[in-house]
Design a protein around this ligand. Structure first.
Ligand SMILES: Nc1nc2c(ncn2[C@@H]2O[C@H](COP(=O)(O)OP(=O)(O)OP(=O)(O)O)[C@@H](O)[C@H]2O)c(=O)[nH]1
Ligand SMILES: [Mg+2]
Length: 292
C-alpha cells in the first residue's frame, strides 16, 4: 500500500513552476536526470469524453493494482491557471479525486499556439520527480497539438466521439498516424460502432504495431480492454524503442522548449531587440541568450 501523496504540496509546486521564468525552473528541477516514467497521452476534440475516460481508466488501473500511483495533468485551453486548486471546474473527475495514490491537476494552456502549455515538459519532469508509476496527460486536440503530444508520451490514446463525422477524413493525415490506440467514446450513442469500423479501415500498422480501436462508455464499459491495450503497447514499445531512446528524445524536446521560452522572455522583455536588419536582430537575441 502506497502512502497518499502530499497532493497540496505537489499542486503548489506545479503552480510555482508553471508561472516561473526559465532560470527559476532550472533552479528547481535542473538537477533531474532523464527518467522514463510511463506516460499516457489522451487527446481528442473538445467534449469527446476524455476526462470521463481518464476517470474510469484511473479507477480501473489503481483498483486492479495495475499501478499504485498515477498523476493526471489536464491542459485546459479556456481557463486561466487554476491557482492551486486540485480540480479544474471543467474536468469531471470528482468520482476519483479521493482515490489513494491519484493526483489530478488541470492547467491552462495560457494561449499557447499548440494547445499544450509551453511549459508542459517542466511540469511532466516535476511530476516524475515524485515517482508516480504513471502520468496521464489530457490535451484538447487542436490539430498540431495532437501530433505534438505524441512526442511527449509513450502511448498516445486518441479519443473519437461517434459524432466526429467528417473529421475522420482530416484525422487521416495527422493524428491517426501517431495514435497508438483509438478509443471511440460514448459507445452508448448511435454511430459508435460505425465510427470504430470507419477508423479501422483507414488505420495503418506502424512497424508491427497495429493501433487497436476500442469502444468505451462513460459507465466504464470497454475500459478494462483499453487498459489491456495500453499495457500491450507498453510491452511492445519496450522491445521496439529502448528507454534510452525515449529519454534522449524527451530531453531534446525539453531543451528546445526551454530555449524557445528563453527567447520569448528576452523578446518580450526588450521590444527593441527585434528591430533592425534580421541578421542583426538575430545576433542581438543570441548574444542576449548567451548562445551567439
Ligand atoms: N452519452 C454519453 N455521454 C458521455 C460519455 N462520456 C462522456 N460523456 C459526456 O460528454 C461530455 C463531455 O465529457 P468530458 O469527459 O468532459 O469530455 P472532455 O473530452 O474531457 O471535454 P473537454 O476537456 O472539455 O474537451 C459530458 O457531458 C459527459 O457526461 C459516454 O460514454 N456516453
Ligand atoms: Mg476534459
Amino acid at each position: 500500500m502506497t502512502a497518499p501523496r502530499p497532493r497540496r504540496r505537489i499542486s503548489r509546486e506545479l503552480t510555482r513552476i508553471a508561472n516561473a521564468p526559465v532560470d527559476s525552473v532550472l533552479a528547481e528541477i535542473g538537477d533531474s536526470a532523464p527518467a522514463s516514467r510511463p506516460r499516457i497521452g489522451v487527446t481528442g476534440p473538445p467534449g469527446a469524453g476524455k476526462s470521463t475516460l481518464i476517470n474510469t481508466l484511473a479507477a480501473h488501473r489503481i483498483g486492479a493494482n495495475l499501478c499504485d500511483t498515477m498523476a493526471v495533468l489536464a491542459i485546459d485551453p479556456s481557463s486561466p491557471v487554476s491557482g492551486g486548486s486540485i480540480l479544474g471546474d471543467r474536468i469531471r473527475m470528482d468520482r476519483i479525486a479521493d482515490l489513494p495514490g491519484l493526483f489530478i491537476r488541470s492547467l491552462s494552456s495560457r494561449g499557447a499556439r499548440n494547445g499544450l502549455c509551453d511549459n508542459i515538459v517542466d511540469l511532466l519532469v516535476a511530476l516524475e520527480r515524485h515517482a508516480f508509476d504513471e502520468i496521464v496527460l489530457e490535451t484538447v486536440g487542436t490539430g498540431q497539438s495532437e501530433v505534438e503530444v505524441a512526442e511527449l508520451v509513450d502511448t498516445t490514446v486518441l479519443i473519437v466521439p461517434p459524432d466526429a463525422g467528417d473529421s475522420v477524413q482530416t484525422m487521416k493525415s495527422g493524428i491517426l498516424e501517431v495514435a497508438d490506440i483509438i478509443a471511440v467514446t460514448k459507445a452508448d450513442m448511435p454511430g459508435a460502432a460505425r465510427m470504430a469500423a470507419d477508423i479501422g479501415t483507414i488505420l495503418r500498422a506502424r512497424g508491427d504495431w497495429m493501433p487497436p480501436v476500442v469502444e468505451t462508455r462513460g459507465d466504464g464499459t470497454g475500459v478494462p480492454r483499453l487498459s489491456d491495450e495500453i499495457d500491450r503497447h507498453r510491452a511492445w514499445l519496450a522491445e521496439a524503442r529502448p528507454h534510452a531512446v525515449s529519454n534522449a528524445r524527451r530531453r531534446r524536446y525539453h531543451l528546445r522548449a526551454l530555449i524557445a521560452r528563453q527567447a520569448e522572455e528576452a523578446l518580450s522583455g526588450d521590444r527593441h531587440l527585434a528591430e533592425g536588419a534580421l541578421a542583426d536582430a538575430y545576433e542581438k537575441l543570441t548574444r542576449k541568450l548567451g548562445v551567439g
